[in-house]
Design a protein around this ligand. Structure first.
Ligand code: CDP
Ligand code: MG
Length: 651
């Protein structure tokens, strides 16, 4: 884009910006920020909090020449908002306005407005405990109460206290889309709250008469009906995860093709939106709807508050959400589909009333509403704290039980995390970080993954383990093909060709090696003929390079064990020993640590082979508990590689 086009675009955008509620509140916001060290801002989704307030702070030089940081719980939001603000300021992304997410930094010495995930800012705290680069830190989407946001709130309050009275005090802005702001205000010594005057239109809500047993089918009917009966306007459908979003996407596209021939109805322009989608694909939701068609956005709760999609007039809400739930006793995370909170149901409906009156179709009965929790439970109260505790220790917070969390996590979960870190060898008996623990804390990975890489040094397979973790860290490497009537078995050529009896991890390694061995020119073709996403593979390769560098920095040699697979699996066992299970007489599995029952997920290479003992990376709970990304391991490795683990087992 040349300078002139950029300037023209900037002027165009300014007109729209002036109409935003936050723009009208500009002077008030700046005055409050001048006078107070902390400010809480509450405003409807789409009112201009994220895109405008960082610009105001920068223009008024509130950061005194330092950087204005604005944190986001989601990577996609950090990227899309940075792009937008770069456009609004008429600058190239990475100059004045930049972003940083894990494994990707688009900022420079010139950057003064930086959007980053909360996790990234926490990482920066480990390197520079005073965050001296920043003059203003805005914590956005605070109402989501993600683990990293809560951890950041406690950390940043400490930074502010330490910088108070120096020549570089720190200003903090906490931004939230829900009215409940008192807990933030009292956490920051009764900081003032500014409410943006949002303007929203009425949204008419509809319910189903009787409970739907297949809400995917119900969602499809709702979309088709809206398309046939309702006037112009785009549709936003809330579903729980990637798999169902993809399958509804396929159904709707197929249906639209058929219907198109029949004429009369609008073409459906279907776009998908979930966290695992590559950022470039995620950006497609912002493209204008092609004339004569209706945009149908199929999204997870990502579209609840952190992204604003223009043109939405209809919302279809399945009423469910996928949450990561941690079992302190087993130390294992589970993904569980559960009903939304009332506040989420309202946010979802609200998406339909931003530009005019809208309609929200809830795929559940009105009576269900009474049984919903009023608010989302903070993630801190239901998730694995191992990573947080490791980071706290690395930041020099020895007594993690006294860390100022806005809501204290259950003591049991903290103690459990300390035990896990002890079992991993990250903490000594005195509760202090060991040299292994220090190394682990410097990897941008969960403690278990970091430990696997460090253990790989002893096994002589650093390169192999880093490759597998790079593949696991990359979302959706394998393309999903048509699903059979009843099952969800994926058919992936690469997976099948490279399938190894040892399981999914070795298969990941084989696919990675095959791709890495391809000349860059042939990669595209290789990806398409092998049923993998090129972009995901390139991402995995990039993560591999970054993790390799990090591993070498910690003294892990990048050696490969070649065709020997035991070293890789042993290094994984050293990290993921809690994620292991033994086969039972009925063919199901029982976890070694707590005796939870589970079965191997149909997407696994090992679905049909049922080895004696397995290691897995993830548990997914639907009607049953499924283990995903599974390998067959030797039972005797457990005692050898995790001698502490059974001593922390509580039956
Ligand atoms: O943060 P908040 O939800 O309050 O709003 P925002 O993200 O700052 O968005 C303000 C407005 O900018 C929205 O209403 C959109 O109209 C527009 N916007 C956009 O068109 N494209 C984006 N990528 C981001 C924002
Ligand atoms: Mg926002």
């Amino acid at each position: 884009m040349d300078d002139e086009t950029r300037a023209r675009r900037r002027r165009e955008l300014l007109e729209g910006r002036k109409r935003l509620p936050m723009y009208a509140t500009r002077e008030r916001l700046l005055r409050e920020l001048e006078e107070n060290e902390t400010l809480i801002v509450v405003g409807e989704t789409g009112s201009g909090k994220t895109t405008q307030i960082p610009q105001f702070a920068h223009e008024a030089n509130l950061a005194s020449g330092r950087v204005v940081a604005c944190t986001q719980p989601r990577r996609v939001a950090a990227i899309s908002v940075a792009r937008r603000v770069a456009e609004e300021t008429g600058t190239e992304l990475g100059d004045l306005v930049g972003y940083a997410i894990r494994f990707e930094d688009v900022s420079s010495a010139a950057t003064r407005i930086k959007f980053l995930t909360d996790g990234m800012l926490l990482r920066e705290c480990m390197v520079d405990a005073e965050l001296n680069k920043y003059g203003v830190v805005m914590i956005d989407e605070a109402h989501e109460r993600t683990l990293q946001t809560d951890f950041l709130l406690g950390t940043i309050r400490g930074v502010q206290e330490r910088r108070r009275g120096t020549d570089a005090p720190l200003k903090i802005v906490v931004m939230s889309a829900t009215l409940e702001a008192s807990s933030f205000s009292s956490f920051f010594h009764d900081a003032p709250v500014v409410y943006g005057r949002g303007r929203t239109f009425p949204v008419e809500t509809f319910y189903v008469e009787e409970p739907e047993d297949d809400y995917l089918d119900a969602a499809m009917c709702a979309v088709c009906q809206i398309n046939e009966d309702e006037e112009e306007g785009d549709v936003l459908v809330f579903l729980t995860g990637q798999e169902e979003i993809e399958s509804l996407g396929r159904l709707l596209r197929a249906r639209s093709k058929l219907a198109n021939a029949a004429s009369g109805v609008r073409r459906l322009h279907v776009v998908l939106l979930f966290a695992a989608l590559p950022p470039e694909e995620q950006m497609r939701v912002f493209e204008p709807t092609p004339p004569g068609s209706r945009k149908i956005v199929l999204a997870t709760n990502i579209a609840e508050t952190s992204l604003t999609i223009n043109g939405i007039k209809y919302v279809v809400d399945c009423g469910l959400t996928k949450q990561r739930i941690y079992h302190p006793r087993s130390g294992v995370d589970e993904l569980v589909v559960s009903p939304v909170a009332v506040s989420q149901a309202m946010q979802r409906a609200g998406r339909a009333g931003r530009e005019g009156p809208g309609k929200c179709f809830r795929l559940y009965c009105e009576s269900v509403l009474n049984s919903l929790e009023p608010h989302v439970k903070p993630e801190l109260l239901r998730t694995n704290l191992g990573g947080v505790v490791l980071q706290l220790k690395a930041m020099g917070v020895d007594d993690v039980l006294s860390f100022p969390f806005i809501d204290a996590p259950p003591k049991e979960a903290l103690v459990r995390s300390l035990e896990l870190l002890f079992a991993l060898g990250a903490l000594g008996k005195d509760g202090k970080l060991t040299s292994v623990g220090k190394k682990m804390s410097r990897f941008p990975l969960e403690p278990m993954a970091a430990k696997a890489i460090i253990a790989a040094a002893n096994e002589g397979c650093g390169e192999d383990t880093v490759a597998v973790l790079s593949m696991l860290t990359t979302d959706s490497v394998f393309k999903q093909h048509e699903r059979g009537a009843g099952g969800v078995r994926e058919k992936n050529t690469a997976r099948e060709q490279h399938a190894r009896k040892e399981g999914d991890h070795v298969t990941f390694l084989e696919v990675f090696r095959a791709f890495q061995g391809c000349s860059p020119k042939r990669r595209k073709e290789w990806a398409s003929s092998n049923g993998v996403h090129l972009r995901s593979m390139l991402k995995a390769l990039d993560i591999f390079k970054q993790l390799s560098r990090a591993a070498e920095g910690e003294g892990v040699e990048m050696k490969s064990a070649g065709s020997a697979t035991a070293p890789l699996l042993r290094s994984l066992v050293s990290g993921y020993f809690l994620n292991t299970a033994r086969k039972q007489a009925d063919g199901s599995y029982k976890t070694m640590s707590t005796g939870q029952r589970l079965v191997i997920h149909p997407s696994s290479i090992l679905f049909h082979s049922a080895p004696e003992m397995i290691l897995f990376n993830e548990l997914v709970k639907t009607n049953r508990l499924y283990a995903r990304d599974v390998s067959s391991i030797q039972p005797e490795w457990l005692a050898e590689l995790s001698p502490n683990v059974f001593s922390i087992r509580k039956e």
